[in-house]
Design a protein around this ligand. Sequence first.
Ligand SMILES: NC(=O)c1ccc[n+]([C@@H]2O[C@H](COP(=O)([O-])OP(=O)(O)OC[C@H]3O[C@@H](n4cnc5c(N)ncnc54)[C@H](O)[C@@H]3O)[C@@H](O)[C@H]2O)c1
Length: 444
Amino acid sequence: MGAGASAKEIAEQVAEASGPELGKTLSALGTENCEKLARALEIWDSSTAALRANITRAAKLVGEAEALLICTGAGMGVDSGLGTYRGRHAGVWSPLKALRLDYDEIVRPGWFSTDPRLAWAFWHFCHQAYVRGQPHAGYDILSNWGTSLKYGAFSVTSNVDGHWARTEGVGPGKIFEVHGAVTHMQPLEKDENTKVWPTTDKEIEALSVPTWDLKSGEAVEVQVDADAGAPEAGEGHNRKWIPAHIAADGCSITFPDPKRHDVFGVRRAGGTDLCRVHESSKLPQCSATGKLARPNIVMFDDRNVCYQRIHQQSAAWASWGETLPPDVRLLIVEIGAGKTIPTIRRTSESEARTFRSANLVRINLDDSEVGKELADRAVSIGGLGALEAITLIDAELKRLKPACSKAVPAPKRGASPKRGASPKPAASPPAAAKTKAGAATKVR
Ligand SMILES: NC(=O)c1ccc[n+]([C@@H]2O[C@H](COP(=O)([O-])OP(=O)(O)OC[C@H]3O[C@@H](n4cnc5c(N)ncnc54)[C@H](O)[C@@H]3O)[C@@H](O)[C@H]2O)c1
Protein backbone atom coordinates (compact mmCIF):
# COMPACT_ATOMS: atom_id res chain seq x y z
CA MET A 1 0.00 0.00 0.00
CA GLY A 2 2.13 2.87 -1.19
CA ALA A 3 2.10 6.49 -0.20
CA GLY A 4 0.11 8.57 -2.65
CA ALA A 5 -2.85 6.16 -2.89
CA SER A 6 -6.19 7.85 -2.31
CA ALA A 7 -8.26 7.21 0.81
CA LYS A 8 -10.75 5.31 -1.34
CA GLU A 9 -8.09 3.06 -2.88
CA ILE A 10 -6.59 2.33 0.49
CA ALA A 11 -10.02 1.65 1.95
CA GLU A 12 -10.80 -0.81 -0.86
CA GLN A 13 -7.53 -2.65 -0.38
CA VAL A 14 -8.08 -2.72 3.36
CA ALA A 15 -11.62 -3.97 3.02
CA GLU A 16 -10.27 -6.82 0.91
CA ALA A 17 -7.38 -7.62 3.21
CA SER A 18 -8.67 -6.87 6.69
CA GLY A 19 -12.43 -6.65 6.54
CA PRO A 20 -14.96 -3.95 5.70
CA GLU A 21 -14.97 -2.16 9.09
CA LEU A 22 -11.37 -1.03 8.98
CA GLY A 23 -11.88 -0.10 5.33
CA LYS A 24 -14.84 2.12 6.27
CA THR A 25 -12.89 3.80 9.07
CA LEU A 26 -9.99 4.65 6.79
CA SER A 27 -12.20 5.87 4.02
CA ALA A 28 -13.94 8.28 6.41
CA LEU A 29 -10.65 9.67 7.68
CA GLY A 30 -9.56 11.12 4.35
CA THR A 31 -6.46 11.24 2.24
CA GLU A 32 -4.23 13.40 4.41
CA ASN A 33 -3.79 10.67 7.01
CA CYS A 34 -3.44 7.82 4.55
CA GLU A 35 0.27 7.27 4.92
CA LYS A 36 0.01 7.03 8.69
CA LEU A 37 -2.99 4.78 8.47
CA ALA A 38 -1.28 2.58 5.94
CA ARG A 39 1.55 2.23 8.44
CA ALA A 40 -0.98 1.32 11.13
CA LEU A 41 -2.19 -1.48 8.90
CA GLU A 42 1.30 -2.74 8.30
CA ILE A 43 1.80 -2.79 12.07
CA TRP A 44 -1.52 -4.57 12.49
CA ASP A 45 -0.58 -7.16 9.89
CA SER A 46 2.71 -7.85 11.62
CA SER A 47 1.49 -7.23 15.17
CA THR A 48 1.89 -9.72 17.91
CA ALA A 49 -1.03 -11.62 19.35
CA ALA A 50 -0.55 -9.62 22.57
CA LEU A 51 -0.94 -6.27 20.83
CA ARG A 52 -4.02 -7.46 18.95
CA ALA A 53 -5.51 -8.75 22.18
CA ASN A 54 -4.92 -5.38 23.82
CA ILE A 55 -6.52 -3.52 20.91
CA THR A 56 -9.54 -5.82 21.23
CA ARG A 57 -9.69 -5.33 25.02
CA ALA A 58 -9.50 -1.56 24.58
CA ALA A 59 -12.27 -1.65 21.95
CA LYS A 60 -14.49 -3.69 24.29
CA LEU A 61 -13.93 -1.15 27.05
CA VAL A 62 -14.92 1.67 24.72
CA GLY A 63 -18.03 -0.29 23.74
CA GLU A 64 -19.00 -0.86 27.39
CA ALA A 65 -18.16 2.59 28.75
CA GLU A 66 -20.71 5.06 30.09
CA ALA A 67 -18.31 7.99 30.40
CA LEU A 68 -15.02 8.84 28.73
CA LEU A 69 -12.18 10.81 30.24
CA ILE A 70 -9.54 11.68 27.64
CA CYS A 71 -6.17 12.51 29.18
CA THR A 72 -3.51 13.66 26.74
CA GLY A 73 0.11 14.81 26.70
CA ALA A 74 2.46 15.96 23.98
CA GLY A 75 2.51 12.51 22.27
CA MET A 76 -1.10 13.10 21.16
CA GLY A 77 0.04 16.00 18.96
CA VAL A 78 2.81 14.14 17.11
CA ASP A 79 0.51 12.92 14.34
CA SER A 80 -0.65 16.51 13.86
CA GLY A 81 2.97 17.36 13.10
CA LEU A 82 3.81 18.79 16.55
CA GLY A 83 6.90 17.92 18.52
CA THR A 84 7.00 16.58 22.08
CA TYR A 85 9.39 17.96 24.69
CA ARG A 86 11.39 14.82 25.11
CA GLY A 87 12.02 11.50 23.44
CA ARG A 88 12.27 10.55 19.81
CA HIS A 89 9.68 13.09 18.63
CA ALA A 90 11.10 16.05 20.51
CA GLY A 91 10.49 19.22 18.53
CA VAL A 92 13.32 21.65 18.21
CA TRP A 93 13.22 25.34 17.37
CA SER A 94 16.60 25.58 15.61
CA PRO A 95 17.88 28.67 17.50
CA LEU A 96 17.53 26.79 20.79
CA LYS A 97 20.26 24.38 19.74
CA ALA A 98 22.50 27.23 18.68
CA LEU A 99 21.88 29.00 22.01
CA ARG A 100 22.31 25.69 23.85
CA LEU A 101 18.96 26.06 25.60
CA ASP A 102 16.57 23.24 26.45
CA TYR A 103 12.80 23.60 26.47
CA ASP A 104 12.70 23.76 30.24
CA GLU A 105 15.14 26.66 30.07
CA ILE A 106 13.30 28.71 27.44
CA VAL A 107 9.80 28.04 28.84
CA ARG A 108 10.30 30.55 31.65
CA PRO A 109 8.60 33.91 32.09
CA GLY A 110 11.92 35.55 33.02
CA TRP A 111 12.83 35.80 29.34
CA PHE A 112 9.98 38.26 28.72
CA SER A 113 11.69 40.68 31.11
CA THR A 114 15.31 40.07 30.22
CA ASP A 115 15.11 39.30 26.49
CA PRO A 116 11.53 39.77 25.25
CA ARG A 117 12.42 39.53 21.55
CA LEU A 118 13.96 36.09 22.11
CA ALA A 119 10.99 35.01 24.26
CA TRP A 120 8.50 36.10 21.61
CA ALA A 121 10.51 34.52 18.78
CA PHE A 122 10.20 31.17 20.58
CA TRP A 123 6.48 31.56 21.36
CA HIS A 124 5.84 32.81 17.82
CA PHE A 125 7.29 29.51 16.58
CA CYS A 126 5.11 27.47 18.99
CA HIS A 127 2.00 29.51 18.23
CA GLN A 128 2.43 29.13 14.47
CA ALA A 129 3.03 25.38 14.75
CA TYR A 130 -0.03 24.87 16.97
CA VAL A 131 -2.41 27.21 15.16
CA ARG A 132 -1.43 26.12 11.65
CA GLY A 133 -1.36 22.43 12.60
CA GLN A 134 -4.68 20.61 12.28
CA PRO A 135 -5.79 18.22 15.02
CA HIS A 136 -5.40 14.76 13.46
CA ALA A 137 -8.32 12.41 12.86
CA GLY A 138 -7.84 10.72 16.25
CA TYR A 139 -9.38 13.76 17.98
CA ASP A 140 -12.67 13.28 16.16
CA ILE A 141 -12.66 9.53 16.70
CA LEU A 142 -12.31 10.02 20.48
CA SER A 143 -14.93 12.74 20.43
CA ASN A 144 -17.33 10.37 18.61
CA TRP A 145 -16.74 7.65 21.19
CA GLY A 146 -17.67 10.14 23.90
CA THR A 147 -20.72 11.73 22.32
CA SER A 148 -22.64 8.46 22.20
CA LEU A 149 -22.05 7.69 25.90
CA LYS A 150 -24.55 8.24 28.68
CA TYR A 151 -22.33 10.75 30.54
CA GLY A 152 -20.39 11.99 27.53
CA ALA A 153 -16.71 12.85 27.51
CA PHE A 154 -14.28 15.29 29.09
CA SER A 155 -10.73 16.08 28.03
CA VAL A 156 -7.91 16.87 30.45
CA THR A 157 -4.66 17.81 28.73
CA SER A 158 -1.27 19.27 29.51
CA ASN A 159 -0.98 20.32 25.87
CA VAL A 160 -0.95 24.04 25.24
CA ASP A 161 -1.78 23.78 21.52
CA GLY A 162 -5.52 24.44 21.86
CA HIS A 163 -6.34 21.41 19.66
CA TRP A 164 -9.02 19.98 21.98
CA ALA A 165 -10.76 23.35 22.01
CA ARG A 166 -11.06 23.00 18.23
CA THR A 167 -12.54 19.49 18.41
CA GLU A 168 -16.28 19.37 17.92
CA GLY A 169 -18.14 17.57 20.68
CA VAL A 170 -15.41 18.25 23.27
CA GLY A 171 -14.12 21.80 23.05
CA PRO A 172 -14.39 24.40 24.24
CA GLY A 173 -16.82 23.45 27.04
CA LYS A 174 -15.49 20.02 28.06
CA ILE A 175 -11.77 20.68 28.37
CA PHE A 176 -9.32 21.35 31.16
CA GLU A 177 -6.01 22.62 29.75
CA VAL A 178 -4.02 22.27 32.96
CA HIS A 179 -1.07 24.31 31.71
CA GLY A 180 -3.11 26.89 29.78
CA ALA A 181 -2.93 27.36 26.02
CA VAL A 182 -1.40 29.60 23.36
CA THR A 183 -4.94 30.57 22.43
CA HIS A 184 -4.99 33.04 25.34
CA MET A 185 -2.79 35.87 26.55
CA GLN A 186 -2.20 37.80 29.73
CA PRO A 187 -0.07 40.74 30.85
CA LEU A 188 3.48 39.97 31.94
CA GLU A 189 2.85 41.28 35.45
CA LYS A 190 -0.43 40.30 37.06
CA ASP A 191 -2.47 41.86 39.83
CA GLU A 192 -5.89 41.07 41.30
CA ASN A 193 -7.61 42.70 38.29
CA THR A 194 -5.63 40.86 35.65
CA LYS A 195 -7.76 39.48 32.84
CA VAL A 196 -6.93 36.84 30.29
CA TRP A 197 -7.91 37.50 26.68
CA PRO A 198 -8.08 35.42 23.49
CA THR A 199 -4.93 35.60 21.38
CA THR A 200 -5.33 37.57 18.19
CA ASP A 201 -3.64 35.21 15.75
CA LYS A 202 -2.96 38.04 13.30
CA GLU A 203 -1.00 39.93 15.97
CA ILE A 204 1.31 36.95 16.45
CA GLU A 205 1.58 36.24 12.72
CA ALA A 206 2.53 39.88 12.16
CA LEU A 207 5.70 39.49 14.27
CA SER A 208 8.69 39.52 11.99
CA VAL A 209 10.85 36.54 12.95
CA PRO A 210 13.73 35.74 10.58
CA THR A 211 13.72 32.27 9.04
CA TRP A 212 16.48 29.97 10.26
CA ASP A 213 17.68 28.78 6.86
CA LEU A 214 21.35 28.29 7.66
CA LYS A 215 23.10 25.32 6.12
CA SER A 216 25.64 22.96 7.59
CA GLY A 217 29.13 24.44 7.21
CA GLU A 218 27.87 27.98 6.51
CA ALA A 219 29.93 30.88 7.88
CA VAL A 220 28.04 33.02 10.43
CA GLU A 221 28.65 35.60 13.13
CA VAL A 222 27.83 34.62 16.66
CA GLN A 223 27.27 36.93 19.62
CA VAL A 224 29.33 35.95 22.66
CA ASP A 225 30.47 37.49 25.95
CA ALA A 226 33.27 39.95 25.20
CA ASP A 227 34.74 39.38 28.67
CA ALA A 228 34.41 35.59 28.78
CA GLY A 229 37.41 34.03 30.46
CA ALA A 230 38.59 37.29 32.04
CA PRO A 231 39.04 36.96 35.82
CA GLU A 232 36.48 39.74 36.47
CA ALA A 233 33.97 38.40 33.93
CA GLY A 234 30.46 38.11 35.36
CA GLU A 235 26.91 38.20 34.04
CA GLY A 236 27.56 41.50 32.27
CA HIS A 237 26.17 42.40 28.88
CA ASN A 238 29.40 43.28 27.16
CA ARG A 239 28.92 41.30 23.96
CA LYS A 240 30.66 41.02 20.62
CA TRP A 241 30.07 39.24 17.32
CA ILE A 242 32.73 36.71 16.30
CA PRO A 243 33.02 34.41 13.26
CA ALA A 244 31.88 30.80 13.56
CA HIS A 245 30.30 28.03 11.47
CA ILE A 246 27.09 26.04 11.48
CA ALA A 247 27.59 22.41 12.49
CA ALA A 248 26.41 19.34 10.60
CA ASP A 249 22.95 19.42 12.27
CA GLY A 250 22.23 22.84 10.71
CA CYS A 251 21.69 24.47 14.13
CA SER A 252 24.65 24.03 16.47
CA ILE A 253 27.69 26.31 16.30
CA THR A 254 31.32 25.37 15.80
CA PHE A 255 34.05 27.87 16.72
CA PRO A 256 37.52 28.19 15.26
CA ASP A 257 39.01 28.26 18.77
CA PRO A 258 38.59 25.44 21.30
CA LYS A 259 36.88 27.73 23.87
CA ARG A 260 33.31 26.93 24.91
CA HIS A 261 31.49 30.20 24.27
CA ASP A 262 28.02 31.00 25.54
CA VAL A 263 26.00 31.97 22.46
CA PHE A 264 23.56 34.92 22.60
CA GLY A 265 22.77 35.51 18.94
CA VAL A 266 23.46 34.19 15.42
CA ARG A 267 23.45 36.13 12.14
CA ARG A 268 24.85 36.13 8.63
CA ALA A 269 27.77 38.59 8.41
CA GLY A 270 26.36 42.01 9.32
CA GLY A 271 22.78 40.71 8.98
CA THR A 272 19.79 40.33 11.31
CA ASP A 273 19.90 38.22 14.46
CA LEU A 274 18.09 34.99 13.51
CA CYS A 275 17.12 34.20 17.10
CA ARG A 276 14.94 37.21 17.84
CA VAL A 277 11.85 39.08 16.68
CA HIS A 278 13.03 41.89 14.40
CA GLU A 279 13.29 45.36 15.97
CA SER A 280 10.71 46.63 13.48
CA SER A 281 7.93 44.52 15.09
CA LYS A 282 5.90 45.79 18.00
CA LEU A 283 5.66 42.98 20.57
CA PRO A 284 2.14 41.91 21.71
CA GLN A 285 0.70 44.19 24.36
CA CYS A 286 -2.18 44.29 26.81
CA SER A 287 -4.73 46.56 25.14
CA ALA A 288 -5.85 48.01 28.50
CA THR A 289 -2.41 48.95 29.85
CA GLY A 290 -0.14 48.92 26.80
CA LYS A 291 2.27 46.72 28.76
CA LEU A 292 4.01 43.65 27.36
CA ALA A 293 1.81 40.56 26.97
CA ARG A 294 2.75 36.86 27.17
CA PRO A 295 0.93 33.58 26.51
CA ASN A 296 -1.41 32.46 29.30
CA ILE A 297 0.65 29.32 29.87
CA VAL A 298 1.98 27.86 33.10
CA MET A 299 5.74 28.10 32.56
CA PHE A 300 8.61 26.92 34.75
CA ASP A 301 9.26 29.13 37.80
CA ASP A 302 6.12 31.06 36.95
CA ARG A 303 4.79 33.28 39.70
CA ASN A 304 2.82 35.53 37.40
CA VAL A 305 0.62 33.16 35.49
CA CYS A 306 -3.02 34.20 35.66
CA TYR A 307 -5.17 31.18 36.60
CA GLN A 308 -8.56 32.75 35.85
CA ARG A 309 -9.31 30.66 32.74
CA ILE A 310 -7.54 27.54 34.00
CA HIS A 311 -9.64 27.63 37.19
CA GLN A 312 -12.84 27.99 35.15
CA GLN A 313 -11.96 24.91 33.15
CA SER A 314 -11.01 23.03 36.31
CA ALA A 315 -14.43 23.89 37.76
CA ALA A 316 -16.11 22.59 34.58
CA TRP A 317 -14.25 19.32 35.00
CA ALA A 318 -15.28 19.07 38.67
CA SER A 319 -18.92 19.65 37.64
CA TRP A 320 -18.71 16.89 35.03
CA GLY A 321 -17.22 14.57 37.68
CA GLU A 322 -20.14 15.29 39.99
CA THR A 323 -22.56 13.91 37.41
CA LEU A 324 -20.82 10.52 37.51
CA PRO A 325 -22.09 7.85 39.94
CA PRO A 326 -19.42 5.97 41.99
CA ASP A 327 -19.81 2.78 39.99
CA VAL A 328 -19.90 4.45 36.59
CA ARG A 329 -18.15 2.52 33.88
CA LEU A 330 -15.68 5.30 33.31
CA LEU A 331 -13.11 4.70 30.59
CA ILE A 332 -9.97 6.75 30.90
CA VAL A 333 -8.01 6.89 27.66
CA GLU A 334 -4.59 8.38 28.29
CA ILE A 335 -2.46 9.16 25.27
CA GLY A 336 1.12 10.34 24.85
CA ALA A 337 1.61 11.58 28.40
CA GLY A 338 5.27 11.67 29.42
CA LYS A 339 6.85 10.72 32.74
CA THR A 340 9.06 13.73 33.42
CA ILE A 341 6.14 16.05 34.11
CA PRO A 342 3.71 13.37 35.28
CA THR A 343 0.62 15.57 35.83
CA ILE A 344 -1.48 13.77 33.22
CA ARG A 345 -0.37 10.23 34.10
CA ARG A 346 -1.13 10.93 37.76
CA THR A 347 -4.54 12.34 36.84
CA SER A 348 -5.59 9.29 34.88
CA GLU A 349 -4.33 6.92 37.58
CA SER A 350 -6.00 8.92 40.31
CA GLU A 351 -9.33 8.92 38.46
CA ALA A 352 -9.03 5.18 37.92
CA ARG A 353 -8.60 4.75 41.69
CA THR A 354 -11.48 7.11 42.48
CA PHE A 355 -14.09 5.29 40.38
CA ARG A 356 -14.14 1.62 41.32
CA SER A 357 -15.49 0.44 37.95
CA ALA A 358 -13.15 2.65 35.94
CA ASN A 359 -10.69 1.24 33.42
CA LEU A 360 -7.57 2.82 31.98
CA VAL A 361 -6.26 2.49 28.43
CA ARG A 362 -2.74 3.90 28.26
CA ILE A 363 -1.51 4.55 24.71
CA ASN A 364 2.09 5.66 24.56
CA LEU A 365 4.78 5.07 21.98
CA ASP A 366 7.57 4.48 24.51
CA ASP A 367 6.12 4.81 28.02
CA SER A 368 3.01 2.63 28.02
CA GLU A 369 3.69 0.65 31.18
CA VAL A 370 1.12 0.67 34.00
CA GLY A 371 1.94 -0.01 37.68
CA LYS A 372 0.83 -3.22 39.44
CA GLU A 373 -1.89 -1.49 41.45
CA LEU A 374 -4.00 -0.80 38.36
CA ALA A 375 -2.81 -3.66 36.18
CA ASP A 376 -6.09 -5.62 36.34
CA ARG A 377 -8.08 -2.55 35.22
CA ALA A 378 -5.68 -1.26 32.61
CA VAL A 379 -4.74 -1.95 29.02
CA SER A 380 -1.31 -0.83 27.91
CA ILE A 381 -0.77 -0.12 24.22
CA GLY A 382 2.84 0.63 23.42
CA GLY A 383 4.87 0.86 20.23
CA LEU A 384 2.08 2.57 18.29
CA GLY A 385 1.60 6.25 17.62
CA ALA A 386 -1.59 7.89 18.90
CA LEU A 387 -3.45 7.97 15.58
CA GLU A 388 -2.45 4.42 14.68
CA ALA A 389 -3.66 3.07 18.01
CA ILE A 390 -6.92 5.05 18.04
CA THR A 391 -7.70 4.00 14.45
CA LEU A 392 -7.14 0.34 15.16
CA ILE A 393 -9.26 0.45 18.33
CA ASP A 394 -12.02 2.25 16.41
CA ALA A 395 -12.08 -0.33 13.65
CA GLU A 396 -12.18 -3.13 16.21
CA LEU A 397 -14.95 -1.31 18.09
CA LYS A 398 -17.05 -1.14 14.94
CA ARG A 399 -16.56 -4.86 14.42
CA LEU A 400 -17.50 -5.67 18.04
CA LYS A 401 -20.07 -3.02 18.80
CA PRO A 402 -23.34 -4.98 18.53
CA ALA A 403 -21.93 -7.61 20.89
CA CYS A 404 -20.59 -4.99 23.33
CA SER A 405 -23.78 -3.04 23.64
CA LYS A 406 -25.83 -6.18 24.32
CA ALA A 407 -23.47 -7.22 27.10
CA VAL A 408 -23.78 -3.98 29.06
CA PRO A 409 -26.09 -4.13 32.11
CA ALA A 410 -28.05 -1.03 33.15
CA PRO A 411 -26.00 1.24 35.44
CA LYS A 412 -26.88 1.74 39.11
CA ARG A 413 -27.17 5.36 40.19
CA GLY A 414 -25.59 6.72 43.36
CA ALA A 415 -23.84 9.73 44.80
CA SER A 416 -20.70 10.91 43.04
CA PRO A 417 -17.51 9.85 44.74
CA LYS A 418 -15.09 12.42 45.95
CA ARG A 419 -12.45 13.01 43.29
CA GLY A 420 -8.97 11.78 44.00
CA ALA A 421 -5.86 13.84 43.53
CA SER A 422 -7.00 15.68 40.44
CA PRO A 423 -4.43 17.93 38.81
CA LYS A 424 -4.14 21.04 40.87
CA PRO A 425 -4.84 23.94 38.57
CA ALA A 426 -2.03 25.78 40.28
CA ALA A 427 0.44 22.92 39.69
CA SER A 428 3.03 24.32 37.39
CA PRO A 429 5.65 22.40 35.43
CA PRO A 430 8.47 23.62 37.68
CA ALA A 431 7.01 21.77 40.64
CA ALA A 432 7.44 18.45 38.89
CA ALA A 433 10.21 19.03 36.42
CA LYS A 434 13.85 18.71 37.18
CA THR A 435 15.49 21.68 35.59
CA LYS A 436 19.12 21.59 34.62
CA ALA A 437 21.50 22.93 37.19
CA GLY A 438 22.38 26.50 36.43
CA ALA A 439 19.36 27.02 34.17
CA ALA A 440 18.28 30.09 36.10
CA THR A 441 21.58 31.83 35.49
CA LYS A 442 20.99 31.40 31.78
CA VAL A 443 17.96 33.69 31.92
CA ARG A 444 19.62 36.70 30.49
N1 LIG B 1 1.38 19.96 21.71
C1 LIG B 1 1.66 20.63 22.83
O1 LIG B 1 0.87 21.44 23.30
C2 LIG B 1 2.95 20.37 23.55
C3 LIG B 1 4.06 19.89 22.87
C4 LIG B 1 5.24 19.68 23.58
C5 LIG B 1 5.26 19.91 24.95
N2 LIG B 1 4.14 20.38 25.59
C6 LIG B 1 4.24 20.63 27.05
O2 LIG B 1 5.16 19.67 27.56
C7 LIG B 1 4.88 19.35 28.91
C8 LIG B 1 5.20 17.88 29.14
O3 LIG B 1 4.40 17.14 28.31
P1 LIG B 1 4.51 15.60 28.10
O4 LIG B 1 4.88 14.88 29.33
O5 LIG B 1 3.25 15.20 27.47
O6 LIG B 1 5.69 15.54 27.03
P2 LIG B 1 7.02 14.74 26.95
O7 LIG B 1 7.71 15.23 25.72
O8 LIG B 1 7.76 14.71 28.22
O9 LIG B 1 6.52 13.22 26.69
C9 LIG B 1 5.91 12.86 25.50
C10 LIG B 1 5.33 11.46 25.65
O10 LIG B 1 4.66 11.13 24.44
C11 LIG B 1 5.06 9.83 24.02
N3 LIG B 1 4.96 9.84 22.55
C12 LIG B 1 5.83 10.37 21.65
N4 LIG B 1 5.35 10.25 20.41
C13 LIG B 1 4.14 9.64 20.52
C14 LIG B 1 3.14 9.26 19.58
N5 LIG B 1 3.29 9.46 18.27
N6 LIG B 1 2.03 8.66 20.06
C15 LIG B 1 1.86 8.43 21.39
N7 LIG B 1 2.77 8.77 22.32
C16 LIG B 1 3.89 9.37 21.89
C17 LIG B 1 6.44 9.62 24.54
O11 LIG B 1 6.72 8.25 24.72
C18 LIG B 1 6.37 10.37 25.89
O12 LIG B 1 5.91 9.52 26.92
C19 LIG B 1 3.43 19.69 29.09
O13 LIG B 1 3.32 20.52 30.18
C20 LIG B 1 3.01 20.48 27.85
O14 LIG B 1 2.60 21.78 28.22
C21 LIG B 1 3.00 20.60 24.91
